[in-house]
Write a protein that binds this ligand. Structure first.
Ligand code: ATR
Length: 275
């Protein structure tokens, strides 16, 4: 039950049907005995977001599609990495000052670390050129990947993204000459997510040690993950990234490190299976 001291946090995006963030954060809130509640706010524009957060005394927000870039001009302060990337997925209300952060980079790295061994000399293919793609690029550059290719439906967007970073190139949408030589392929688009068509990618001629990383987590088994399984390739779904970014956001809001326990995973899996 809400009371005067209850802290309000949540997520803004459009649409928000597929988000498991409320379930996840409210689980951690309860586990950590915090007087707070996490709510999903489906909003069709950002116009009054700065004022709304302050007036309603919202402690923090996650920001998701399609607002990760657009949110920036509404904030009072941006943490340096998020500023350089131009993408914010977490807002912290610090005594009436709204500061933007990007915890997707951390989350992406958590998923990437699952692939114990992969050849960083081989090309890395990033499909998509939005905020999630840039988080991936940021993390990959940090671990010294030398050949990163961005393939996006809209070429002008890939170009803009690639121009910002050294060693990042553009290639046409699903260029198989590069895909078939790649060591790692990452889907950062919305394709495969509930409500979107699947990414139609044929992995029959790839290198046998290709690693396939889909940042989509709902459903867990996207068309891309199914294709990776059929071809016997090592794969990673978006759940680890999702959990990683959420842990970091929770830590920013409450200064606590939430734990991913068995009960939580069971809860999430039950929910994912129902979709
Ligand atoms: P996010 O910040 O979460 O990455 P975004 O900035 O809206 O979200 O980016 C979404 C990505 O999914 C973009 O690369 C987009 O491609 P376009 O730049 O061509 O729009 C991609 N995407 C979304 N729907 C798509 C579709 N049906 N086919 C191909 N790409 C799609």
């Amino acid at each position: 039950m809400a009371n005067n001291n209850e802290k309000l946090i949540g997520i803004i995006g459009y649409p928000l049907k597929q988000s498991l963030s409320p379930l996840l954060h409210n689980y951690w809130i309860e586990k950590n005995n915090i007087n707070a509640h996490y709510t999903a706010f489906t909003i069709s524009n950002l116009e009054n977001i700065n004022k709304a957060m302050k007036v309603l005394n919202i402690k923090g927000l996650n920001v998701t599609i399609p607002y990760k870039k657009k949110i920036i001009k509404y904030l009072d302060e941006i943490e340096i990495t998020a500023e350089r990337m131009g993408a914010v997925n977490t807002i912290l209300n610090i005594k009436g000052k709204l500061k933007g952060y990007n915890t997707d980079i951390y989350g992406f790295k958590q998923g990437l670390d699952y692939f114990k061994k992969w050849d960083k000399e081989k090309p890395v293919v990033i499909i998509g050129a939005g905020g999630a793609a840039e988080s991936a690029i940021y993390a990959l550059i940090k671990i010294s990947c030398k050949q990163v290719y961005v393939m996006n439906r809209t070429l002008s967007k890939s170009k803009k993204l690639a121009d910002k970073y050294k060693n990042v190139n553009i290639a046409k949408w699903l260029s198989y000459d590069i895909i078939n030589q790649a060591g790692l392929i990452i889907n950062t688009t919305s394709l495969g997510m509930i409500g979107y068509p699947n990414l139609q990618l044929n992995l029959k001629d790839t290198l046998k040690d290709l690693k396939v990383y889909d940042v989509v987590y709902n459903p867990l088994d996207t068309g891309l993950i199914k294709e990776a399984k059929i071809r016997g390739l090592d794969y990673m779904s978006g759940l680890t990234m999702f959990l990683g970014q959420a842990q970091k956001s929770f830590n920013l809001w409450f200064n606590k490190s939430p734990i991913i326990d068995k009960a939580l995973l069971k809860l999430l899996h039950q929910h994912l299976r129902l979709k």
